[in-house]
Design a protein around this ligand. Sequence first.
Ligand code: HXC
Ligand code: NAP
Length: 268
Amino acid sequence: MSVFRRDLLRGRVAFVAGGTSGINLGIAHALAAHGAAIAVLSRSEEKVAAAIADLGRHGTPVSGQAGDVRVYAAVEQALGAVAETFGPPDIIVSGAAGNFVAPAAKLSANAFKTVVDIDLLGTFNVLRAGYAVCRKPGTAMINISAGQSTTAHWGQAHVSAAKAGVDMLTRSLAGEWGPEGIRVNAIIPGPIDGTEGMARLAPTAEARREIESRIALRRYGTKDEVAQMAVFLASEAASYVTGAIMYCDGGQVLAGARGMPDGIGGPG
Ligand code: HXC
Ligand code: NAP
C-alpha cells in the first residue's frame, strides 16, 4: 500500500469477517495501515492467532475470535466483544466464503447449502449482528462478492447463486439502513494472485493463461488493489456511495462468461 495518504481511518474500529487470510486479510492490513483498530473472525483458532500477530505491525489495536459466520450467535458474540473492547464498529467487512469447482449435476444438496450458508447467510448474519451494535450514522459496511454473481461460470452454480444473493442483500440493506446513515456496498474482485480462491479455480498455468486472456488488463489483480477499494468505501471519501456493487477486476466482467470446458455440465 503506497498510493494513498495514510491515516484516512484513524480512530475507526473495523470488524473483518473472514479476515484471517487472502483478500480479506489484505483488506484488514490496509484498514489498519490507515489507523483503524481491527477485529477479525474466522473458524480456525490458528489462523486467528497468526492474523492478530501479523496485523500488529501497524501499531493499532488488534483482536480476533474464532467463530463460524453460519452461526448467528457466534457472530453476535464476536461483534459484542468488539463493541465492548474498542467501541461500536464503524467499518464492517463481510468476506468469509467457501468455494470448490463442481458441476451442478454432481453437487449434493448439502454441498450447495454449505456454500450458500457461508457466503449468503453468513453475510446476512454479519450485517444483521453488525447493525445491532454499529455506530449510527457513519457506519460503512462492505461485502465481498465475486464475478460469479454477474456472469455464469461453469462448475460454480452454488457460488453464483450465493454471490448474486450477496449483491441483492447489499442493495436491499443499503436502502433499508440508508436513512440511518449506514452505507452498504460490495466489492467484486477479479481473479486475485496468491489466493486460495484462485488456487481452487485455476490450479494450472494453462487455466491462469486462459482466464488472463479474457481480462481487459490481461493479468490477475493483487490483494492490495482490492484493499485500496475497501479503504475508499470505508472512508469519508465514499460518503455519498451506497448500494454500489464495485468491480475491481481489471475489466474481467466486460468479456462475459467463460467458455464451457469439456467435462463440466450435463450429468457427466
Ligand atoms: C463437491 C463438495 C466438494 C467438492 C465439499 N463438498 N467439497 N462437493 N465437490 N470439491 C461437499 C461435501 O461433500 C459436503 O456434502 C458439503 O460440501 C460440505 O462439506 P464439508 O467439508 O462438511 O464443509 P465445511 O467443513 O463446512 O467446509 C466448507 C467448504 C471448504 C466450502 C467445503 O472448502 C471450506 O472451508 N472452504 C473455505 C476456504 C475457501 O473455500 N476459500 C476460497 C474462497 S474463494 P455432503 O453431501 O457430502 O454432506 C470464493 C470464490 C471466489 O469464495 C471466486 C474466485 C474467482
Ligand atoms: P480465503 O483466503 O480462503 O479466505 C476466506 C476466509 O474466510 C478465511 O479467513 C477463512 O478462514 C474464512 N472463512 C471461511 N469459511 C468461514 C466460516 N464459515 N466462518 C467464518 N470464517 C470463514 O479466500 P480468498 O480467495 O482470499 O477469498 C476471500 C473473499 O474474496 C471471498 O469472499 C471470496 O469469495 C472473494 N473473492 C475471491 C477472489 C479470488 O481471486 N480469490 C475473487 C473474487 C471474490 P477459516 O478457514 O479460519 O474459517
